[in-house]
Design a protein around this ligand. Sequence first.
Ligand code: NI
Length: 282
Amino acid sequence: MNIFADCLDRVAHRCSSQQESCARCGPTFFGEISMRMQLATWKEIEQYLESSTGIIVPIGSTEQHGPNGLIGTDAICPETIAEGVARQLRVLIAPTINFGMAQHHLGFPGTIALRPTTLIAVVRDVLYSLAGHGFTHIYFLNGHGGNTCPVKAGCSEFYADQSFGGNRQRPTNLRTTIVNWWTLSSVSAIADELYPRMEGSHATPSEVSLTYYAYPQAVKQADMEPEIAPNGAIYDAAHFRRHYPDGRMGSNPGLACVEHGERLYKAAVAEVADDYQAFLKT
Ligand code: NI
C-alpha cells in the first residue's frame, strides 16, 4: 500500500478516527495503484485498463440542503459510496462531477448550478474522454435528482453521434448507466423504516445522515419549523425560495445522525458493488 497517499487522504478529510471505523479514510488501493483516479498516474491508469475497462463516475451538485444540510451533500454521498465500493472491488473512481443541474436552488447562497444543456455537454465530453482511453463501462453514481435527465441525454448524445456519423454497421462497445443512490432498494427500505412520512424529497434525513457519517466534524444543529417541510412541484429559483423557504421539501432532516448514515452507507456500498459487477457483464 502507498502510505503517503493514504496520509494525504487523512489530511484532506481531517480525520482522527481509526481507519476501519471511518467511511472516508480506509485505503482504496489495489497493489500500488490508487483506485481514486486523482491519486493515480497516467501509467497506472494504463495498467488498470489492461485488466478492467470499467469506471465509476460520482456525480453530484453544489446546492443548498436546508437548515442543517451541507452544500456538498449531493456530491459527498455518491463519492463516499463509490470510495466504499473501491475498498471492496478493484474499480477505478473518477473525480466527482461536483456541479449539477440545480437552477432551482439558486435563490439560496452557496448554490453553483449548471444549465441542463451545459451538463449534457459535460457528460458527453466525459464519455468521449474515457471512451478514447479504452473505457467501455461508465457507471454514473448520482446524488442529485436534477441530474438524471441531463446525464441520460448526455449519454444519448454520444450514441447519437455514433448513429448519425456514418457508423451504422459497427456497434459501439460503450455501455453507460446512471444509478441514483437514494433509490437503491436497500437504502429506500432503511429510509422507510427510520423516517416514515419524514424522508421528503429534498434535504432528506437520509442524505444528511450519510454526509454526517462521512464528515462527523461537520454535523450541524438547527431548528426545523415546521417539523415536516411543505412539498410540491419545482419550477424556477424564485418559486422554490417562496414555496420552500428554508430549503427543505417534505423532509425533516433534524432526524439525521451519524449512526443512521453508517447503516445507509453500508447498505448502499453492498448494493452498488453487486450492481456494478452485473453492469460489467452487459
Ligand atoms: Ni440532495
